[in-house]
Write a protein that binds this ligand. Structure first.
Ligand code: M6R
Length: 381
């Protein structure tokens, strides 16, 4: 019925398109005698044609800085940890407009990665011109072949998600995360110590189309959830680690199309202010998938503290998380998503939240593809 819904439902195919011809299906570290085999020659698991000639320059840079706006900024925020984990390089994250406002120091041995669905966003383009003047290597990650950022950058990655028409960016977000994750893998492929980890991430990425299809089956239950939330004036979304990005991206989607106030909050910051907003009326979505044991424990703690304050919760958890069933005791709805690798899980987690923003908007009677005051490409500063 709408481009936004079409684009949400395209994601099993669009993430596959982003990976197509770039990821090798066979593991690089086959197990021999219970330990990963160390081959004489490193066989790369991922190949990104647009970066081939620049990989060694990026590896030698002082730092990598992701620069973007809106949803593209959130995609970089989400994948930054994977780049840090695999490359062990300092990785910065900046809003395009803020780079210019601060006249941020950028140096010739920096790599600046500009992420933009349209490739035409004025703030990101201006930030790239500024970084070019500083002599930094400029990498473009865009969805639009021939766009200003694709043409003016030194090298880059096309995310190949196909034209995105809905003003709310959905399929570009998941493909941007896939593209940045592939970039992290390419940068780490020279390190034998990272090969097993790369295999783990790649295996989960290859499962993505199927896992995304399972997430899309949540559509009907999310529609019901939206019915119960449609008259609210505010919605909070709590997440941490990579899922802090999921939280802020979900909140951006909700406010952008449904015009409901929404805020993504880092659950680690809860006690430093946001807890004052918690009562039995304020709806709060808590993203509590099993990132890793430590993160899962922390999120369980957050849920218990919120429950102690009679909060009105909606929990996002993995389908095999039985502990969550015990904690929640049937008091709150639990949205279940398939389990994946920590680097890939946020790609699944955002799907029910995109669907929620879509259904909230229809139920509130607004134009989901063309929200007021917004344009698909923000070509003015
Ligand atoms: O085309 P870009 O990715 O550079 O656009 C950046 C933002 O304007 C964009 O992501 C915006 O936040 C979306 N409408 C969010 O859904």
């Amino acid at each position: 019925d709408h481009f936004m819904l079409k684009e949400i439902f395209e994601q099993p195919e669009t993430v596959a398109q982003t990976m197509q011809g770039r990821i090798k299906a066979t593991p690089i570290s086959p197990m021999k005698f219970g330990v990963p085999a160390v081959d004489k020659y490193l066989v790369p698991r991922v190949r990104l044609g647009g970066l081939v000639d620049y990989v060694s320059i990026i590896r030698r840079s002082r730092r990598i800085i992701f620069i973007a706006c809106g949803t593209s900024y959130h995609a970089a925020m989400c994948s930054r940890q994977t780049v840090e984990e695999l490359t062990q390089m300092p990785v910065g994250l900046e809003l395009s407009g803020d780079v210019l406002d601060r006249r941020m120091p950028i140096f010739r041995d920096d790599t600046c990665v500009f992420v933009s669905q349209s490739g035409e966003t004025a703030d990101t383009m201006r930030a790239m011109e500024y970084a070019m003047e500083s002599g930094a290597l400029c990498v473009g990650i865009t969805n639009t072949v021939g766009s200003a950022i694709a043409r003016a950058s030194h090298c880059g990655i096309h995310i190949n998600a196909g034209a995105e028409i809905g003003v709310a960016s959905t399929k570009a977000y998941t493909s941007q995360i896939v593209a940045i994750t592939m970039m992290a893998i390419v940068l780490a492929e020279d390190q034998i110590s990272k090969r097993t980890r790369i295999d783990e991430i790649v295996e989960s990425m290859l499962d993505l189309p199927e896992s995304l299809r399972m997430c899309l089956q949540l559509d009907e239950s999310i529609k019901e959830l939206a019915e119960g939330l449609k008259d609210e004036s505010s919605l909070l979304v709590f997440g941490r680690g990579r899922n802090y990005a999921t939280a802020v991206e979900a909140a951006l989607k909700v406010k952008e199309v449904s015009y409901m106030h929404s805020e993504g909050i880092n659950a680690g910051e809860m006690k430093h202010g946001p807890l004052a907003l918690v009562d039995e009326f304020m709806p709060i979505i808590v993203i509590a998938t099993m990132e890793d044991a430590d993160m899962h424990n922390k999120m369980q703690g957050v849920i218990q503290q919120l429950m102690a304050r009679s909060a009105r919760l909606i929990i996002l958890a993995n389908d095999d998380d039985t502990e969550m069933t015990e904690i929640v005791q049937g008091k709150y709805p639990i949205v279940r998503v398939p389990r994946s690798d920590t680097a890939v899980q946020p790609i699944l987690n955002i799907i029910p939240l995109q669907l929620l923003s879509y259904h909230l908007t229809l139920k509130r009677g607004h134009n989901v593809d063309q929200p007021r005051n917004l344009a698909k490409s923000v070509t003015v500063e």
